[in-house]
Ligand binder design. Structure first.
Ligand code: ADP
Ligand code: MG
Ligand code: ZN
Length: 628
């Protein structure tokens, strides 16, 4: 509705403008005609002079400042018939007037007609008026003013920007892998369906539930499922939509939203990204944001303004509960918090089952294998993964999704689009050594995740890739594992240096080194894994909070800072020495693997390990991978 209006006006404006010019055109010529129409036939000036000399001209009416004349003259053939003829007069003929007077011709002049001028003026006004009206309509329809033709421009009141779904059609069965959250929220469904049960014993029904979790874990889906299970309408708005350019708009949106919700109770109000409005007030660089604070205050007021038994439950979602204003978390507001975490392997399997329901999978496809291969994937990632696989299947004109498409889809979701392989060149060789460097260090170190495959086919930003089979979502990572990962990440650069020499190393290791530094630094500052001892010196997040804890990050002295740097360096240097040694010691097999890689573009982990085992002992890491 809103859109079609705007479109209509956008289309109408050019039409109006073009129409105006056409109209002006006809107008102008009509103006001219007015004076001319009175005489239907024309006469040349020369003929007119002849007539004048012959004394047949009776009268001359001058128009347009003397440029045109209507002449009454007797017809040469029919003596007493009087003709009216139009003559265009030359501009510079002053003697004409005296000549006319001599011939005793009646002369009359006619000023330009006034009504023509009025029409012209009106014509000039019409266009700006139409333009202004058009702009006015555009503004009115742009969403800041309530509809209804009688109302004036009014930026303060909001047109509802929230969505309402009478029936979400989502059930708890559609949400998987978040069992604890579902259990807690089951209760909310009961509040909505059978409030009497609680009010009868004097229980106050909670007003707000805060869903906390990273993006894509199914918070929105859960909120919809609550509404779907309870069979109540679902109102949703995003925190960022509250915060508008005009002060006061956000607050009035909140008011409108609650008004509508009360009319439709029992219902669910879902506020996505509540951190956009709900940040700690008075915080942030450069003072508070008036608009945001007003919106938040309005939200708090509204939440206090209705009794818990009206049947409205507000569900909010955020991934930053730490920045929320404490007033939001007080009892009577969002006093319940439900964590929705990234799923573990079992959760991923359940989610895959949900999304595989409407997909055609080949019988050999094992959802367990996919779940195993996708640690760290959220529900949204998994949904996306199966969808990509289905798209690939359709593109390849296959009947059903096979493991092949699944593998390609995982690669694509993780590392981006596949590019075209490099042609043979020195730099292709260097990339091959770099990747084999990662892979061989990863293979030979006991504590490193095993290699899944090495490839020279570029993807996303990377020009070559080494994939490792991640061990199952380890909650705990040991010091030995961290060191092995640092070595593995250094393997690329070490190979470049050992094989091509110090001068030939490339920028290709930039990302690797960033990871290396991160891991080493965290070992020192967060996990107490260095000679500095078991101290926690930094909080988890590296980003600067614009919320509460801005400026409270460095909890240590300059001296400690210098010692941290020294520890980080010593860890990385130690690992780098070890890694270069591995490369030097296995030069023969590395050369062979590089040739094979350049020839085949991709080496699978199995084959890689088999070849390496012909030259060295490969530690057995199977149990590390397949634990469930
Ligand atoms: P969030 O709101 O936490 O960012 P969404 O609820 O918008 O995540 O999830 C996006 C999509 O990902 C959903 O529509 C659904 O298809 C899929 N998804 C996410 N989590 C789950 C889950 N736990 N179970 C099933 N599907 C999920
Ligand atoms: Mg969401
Ligand atoms: Zn690398």
């Amino acid at each position: 509705m809103k859109f079609s209006w705007r479109l209509a006006i956008l289309w109408a404006l050019p039409v109006l403008i073009v129409g105006f010019f056409i109209w002006q055109g006809t107008f102008a010529s009509a103006n001219g005609m007015m004076s001319r129409n009175t005489a239907s036939t024309r006469m040349t000036y020369g003929r007119f002079l002849d007539y004048l000399a012959a004394g047949r001209v009776l009268s001359v009416d001058l128009y347009e400042g003397g440029r045109t004349a209507i002449v009454e003259a007797t017809d040469p053939d029919l003596e007493d018939h009087i003709q009216r003829l139009r003559v265009d007069l030359p501009l510079n003929a002053p003697e004409l007037i005296s000549q006319l007077r001599e011939s005793d011709v009646r002369i009359e002049t006619h000023p330009p007609r006034n009504d023509g001028a009025i029409w012209g003026l009106l014509g000039n006004l019409v266009f700006p008026i139409l333009l202004i009206a058009g702009l006015f309509f555009l503004f009115r329809r742009s969403g800041n003013v309530p509809g209804g033709p009688g109302q004036a421009m009014n930026f303060g009141k909001s047109r509802a920007r929230f969505q309402m779904e009478a029936k979400t059609g989502v059930l708890f069965d559609d949400v998987a892998g978040v069992e604890e959250a579902k259990e807690e929220l089951q209760e909310v469904v009961t509040f909505l369906k059978k409030p009497e049960r609680f009010t009868a014993v004097g229980a106050r029904i909670p007003k707000g539930v805060l869903l906390v979790g990273p993006p894509g874990t199914g918070k929105t889906l859960l909120a919809k499922a609550i509404a779907g299970e309870a069979g109540v309408p679902f109102f949703s708005i995003s925190g960022s939509e509250f915060v508008e350019m005009f002060v006061g708009v956000g607050a009035s949106r909140v008011r409108d939203l609650f008004k509508k919700a009360k009319e439709n109770a029992p219902c669910i109000i879902f506020i996505d990204e509540i951190d956009a409005v709900g940040r700690q007030r008075g915080a942030g660089i450069g003072g508070g944001n008036d608009e945001r604070e007003q919106t938040l205050n309005q939200l708090l007021t509204e939440m206090d303004g209705f009794e818990g038994n009206t049947g409205i439950i507000i569900i909010a979602a955020t991934n930053r509960p730490d920045v929320l204003d404490s007033a939001l978390l007080r009892p009577g507001r969002f006093d319940r918090q439900v964590t929705v975490d990234t799923p573990d392997i079992k959760g991923r399997l359940e989610i895959l089952k949900v999304h595989a329901r409407n997909k055609k999978l080949a019988p050999e496809v094992s959802l367990e294998a996919i779940a195993r291969r996708s640690p760290g994937f959220t529900g949204a990632d998994l949904a996306n993964l199966l969808n990509e696989a289905a798209i690939l299947t359709a593109r390849r004109r296959k009947e059903a999704i096979t493991m092949h498409e699944i593998d390609d889809a995982i690669d694509r979701v993780v590392a981006g689009m596949e590019g075209t392989p490099l042609i043979d060149s020195k730099s292709k060789r260097l990339i091959a050594y770099h990747e084999v460097g990662h892979a061989i260090v990863g293979t030979l170190l006991k504590d490193h995740d095993p290699v899944q495959k090495v490839t020279l086919i570029p993807r996303g930003q990377a020009r070559g890739l080494t994939w490792f089979m991640p061990g199952e979502d380890q909650m705990l990572v040991s010091r030995a594992q961290l060191l092995a990962r640092i070595c593995g990440a250094l393997g690329g650069r070490a190979a470049e240096e050992v094989i091509f020499g110090d001068a030939e190393v490339t920028t290709g290791a930039g990302n690797d080194l960033q990871q290396v530094t991160n891991m080493a630094r965290q070992m020192v500052t967060r996990f107490g894994m260095s000679d500095l001892g078991p101290l926690s010196l930094e909080s988890q997040s590296g980003e600067v909070f614009l919320g509460r804890d801005w400026m409270t990050r460095s909890e240590y002295s300059e001296e400690i800072a210098a010692r941290i740097d020294a520890q980080v360096r010593s860890i990385v240097e130690h690992c780098y020495d070890q890694t270069r040694q591995i490369i030097r010691d296995h030069r023969e097999v590395i050369d062979r693997l590089v040739d094979l890689l350049i020839e085949k573009e991709t080496i699978e982990g199995e084959e890689f390990r088999r070849i390496v085992s012909e030259y060295a002992d490969v530690p057995d890491k199977e149990q590390l991978v397949f634990q469930l």
